[in-house]
Design a protein around this ligand. Structure first.
Ligand SMILES: NC(=O)c1ccc[n+]([C@@H]2O[C@H](COP(=O)([O-])OP(=O)(O)OC[C@H]3O[C@@H](n4cnc5c(N)ncnc54)[C@H](O)[C@@H]3O)[C@@H](O)[C@H]2O)c1
Length: 394
């Protein structure tokens, strides 16, 4: 299958590319991939684990190998033999120039960006270019996933974001202050009939106008914001307190991270989008809102290592307060990138089986699942399994 990645030279994207090619070359096993174990392994006969990559970027580098090596030099996030083995494959992948429209002040931290002002193009021209690039690459087995930096929260507007006509009027009127890059990418993909996933917390396809478009075109889409680290642990552990009727009175999550993602998130407007995405899960899991602190801070020397410190204060029998602490210390790209390959395969399966609109059953992969109030990981996994088994049989 083909996979078009927005933010193609980022660490999640290039690690997904390197991992997929290393698996194809049989130099690594498939650990970390959900679609290679029972019952999901059934997908193999319908959509083999065989990827061709392309994408959009705003940091213009010669190819995906150069981007991957840049991340690798900072992080050493996998064995150097793997990087050498996939060199030729990644050198063949060159991203095309995307748009950085209204991505927030954090994007300037990335440096070396040629597309911040979009060269005076109108919204319609930007969309036309994005669609042309995707169309040239795509075939019937293509999925688009947004793994670009988190953009700032946009000014949401009922008229321009509430319906397809409104959205298209925004494009016609070149009302740039209401459009963000992630919306334009999502619109372009869905309009072309390509399944789309939003792995970032950016709005992407989650505005009503694009949900309507996806329904109308019968295109499956899913998001938002990959659930990979602290939130994954949080939404797996929090149900335990609920199951045992233990009352969580306070939950502090302090996340420190480096790399480009950390740099972008050190800008207040970009960080806000992420904190909202992380914060909602406790209330949804527990059914009430305990006192909570959620912080994300840039810590340069950690590079792509993300460390989360969580402190939970909870009340038990006879009103006794007790404490629980955990530390999650993971390599972000290593936990995130296999999900990209899984999400791509499952969205393509959904398309092949005639499913359109938000695929709520894929909530398992996301921190802020679209149109789904269930954030409990155990329940989400059950729902995903049942959905998959039915779909594979259909
Ligand atoms: N790593 C994880 O565990 C994880 C989990 C959930 C969500 N995410 C999200 O995934 C995204 C990617 O994470 P990453 O660690 O790879 O970040 P990264 O900074 O390494 O990569 C992001 C890439 O996107 C590019 N980019 C920025 N704006 C763009 C635009 N408008 N169009 C095209 N390209 C653009 C950047 O130049 C960069 O190459 C982030 O939004 C992050 O919040 C990551």
């Amino acid at each position: 299958m083909k996979l078009w990645l927005i933010g193609a030279y980022g660490i999640v994207s290039t690690t997904a590319m390197a991992g997929a090619k290393a698996i194809e070359r049989e130099i690594v096993d498939r650990t970390g991939l959900l679609t290679t174990v029972d019952p999901f392994i059934e997908i193999e006969s319908i959509i083999p684990l065989d990827f061709e990559f392309g994408g959009h970027e705003i940091r213009m580098l010669p190819n995906a190998f150069v981007a991957c090596r840049e991340h690798w030099e900072l992080n050493k996030h996998f064995d150097s033999e793997i990087l050498i083995a996939v060199k030729e494959d990644l050198e063949k992948i060159s991203a095309l120039k995307g748009t950085a429209l209204n991505c927030g002040s954090g994007i300037r931290e990335l440096g070396n960006i040629q597309t911040l002002e979009d060269g005076g193009l109108t919204l319609k021209e930007i969309v036309r270019n994005l669609m042309k690039d995707m169309k040239n690459f795509a075939d019937k087995e293509t999925v688009v996933i947004n793994v670009a930096s988190t953009e700032a929260l946009p000014k949401l507007n009922k008229k321009f974001h509430g319906s397809i006509e409104g959205f298209e009027e925004m494009l016609d009127r070149d009302a740039k202050e209401f459009a963000t890059a992630s919306m334009l990418y999502a619109y372009s993909a869905i309009k072309l009939g390509l399944p789309y996933a939003n792995f970032t917390p950016s709005v992407g396809s989650s505005i009503p106008a694009l949900k309507e478009l996806a329904k109308e075109k019968n295109v499956p889409h899913a998001g938002n914001d990959g659930k990979t680290g602290e939130t994954l642990v949080k939404t797996t552990l929090a149900p335990m307190f609920a199951y045992r009727n233990l009352k969580v009175v306070g939950w502090m999550s302090y996340n420190i991270l480096g790399d480009y993602d950390g740099k972008v998130l050190s800008a207040r407007d970009n960080r806000e989008t992420k904190i909202i995405s992380k914060d909602k899960v406790l209330e949804k899991t527990l059914g009430y809102s305990p006192f909570s602190i959620t912080e994300i801070a840039f810590f340069p020397s950690l590079v792509d290592n993300k460390t989360a410190f969580d402190f939970i204060h909870f009340k038990g029998f006879l009103g006794k307060l007790m404490k629980f602490y955990f530390i999650w210390d993971a390599i972000d790209a290593i936990v995130a990138s296999p999900l990209i390959l899984d999400i791509a395969r499952l969205l393509l399966l959904a398309k092949k089986k005639g499913i359109g609109g938000v695929v709520k059953e894929m909530a398992f992969f996301f921190k802020s699942p679209m149109d789904c109030e269930i954030v409990n990981t155990h329940e989400q996994f059950q729902i995903l399994k049942e959905w998959f088994v039915q779909l594979a049989k259909a």
